[in-house]
Design a protein around this ligand. Sequence first.
Ligand code: SAM
Length: 288
Amino acid sequence: MATRTDTIFERFLAPIAKLVINQDELKRFHESIDWEAASDRLSNPTVAYPTYYRSQNFHGIEGGYLTIGAAVSYDPITQYALPPNEQWVRQALIDAIQSKPRRILDLGCGTGSTTILLKKAFPEAEVIGLDLSPYMLVPAEHKAAQAGLEIQWKHGLAEQTGFPDASFDLVTASLLFHETPTAIAKDILRECHRLLTVGGEVLILDGNQKSLRQTEWLTDIFEEPYIREYAQGSTDAWMGAAGFGKVQTQDFWLLHQVTHGVKAIAAQSVEFSTPNFETADGKQWAMG
Ligand SMILES: C[S@@+](CC[C@H](N)C(=O)[O-])C[C@H]1O[C@@H](n2cnc3c(N)ncnc32)[C@H](O)[C@@H]1O
């Protein structure tokens, strides 16, 4: 795994990460999988990587998510990156779901940790995890198989999924928006709106924008190219602009937030016919 040498992440966090992460376990996991074969199988050759994704390093890893290194190290690092407890933070998204969805799409699913919780919460539902990195989908598929869960994994763009209109009743994204430019987060929300049935829910779990605005040093540490932009924005407002109703953000342990919205019935101009009738005195009246 190639890493930059001039970053805060590399200078301070990478050595700490090396201390707390079980390197042997990481190595064993790495060696237990034929990564090239698995990522080739999960790849969609028609997917074109946008510049905002391809050109950036994430968390100090050169090549970002399009590397085996990112996929192998993601889970061991993330368990320390979501205080007070990764499971609680992910569960906050599950707890905010208000319906019993039958078709669920998890965008930017990464190694599938939230996708797996969704399938466990709604075992009857058809669940699909979508990510732009075929390498990230490899551990996702592995973890679901280990847990005996049937989940479909799809390689693709969250902002242009290719699924038909109104084909899901729940669309989620955890820890995706701080990884994309604001314009793309907005495109993703418009795509969520298109994908949902009327009454369907969208749920976005990510860093708390209010807290991130007040702790700029935190935004520098994790080597996230778009996190400053994300911190200045408002997922609430983006969701409203995408057409969602009942938009609400709940803070979770100050550092995280879950934003919920519902696809409302589209406002339509309705034409009423106004039947005229004549009264006994011969006057014309119109109803309405
Ligand atoms: C921080 S990880 C979050 C993974 C997972 N959702 C989780 O909660 O752990 C961000 C993921 O989003 C993916 N991603 C970034 N931009 C994307 C896009 N435009 N479309 C689909 N996936 C994207 C990355 O490949 C990466 O796996």
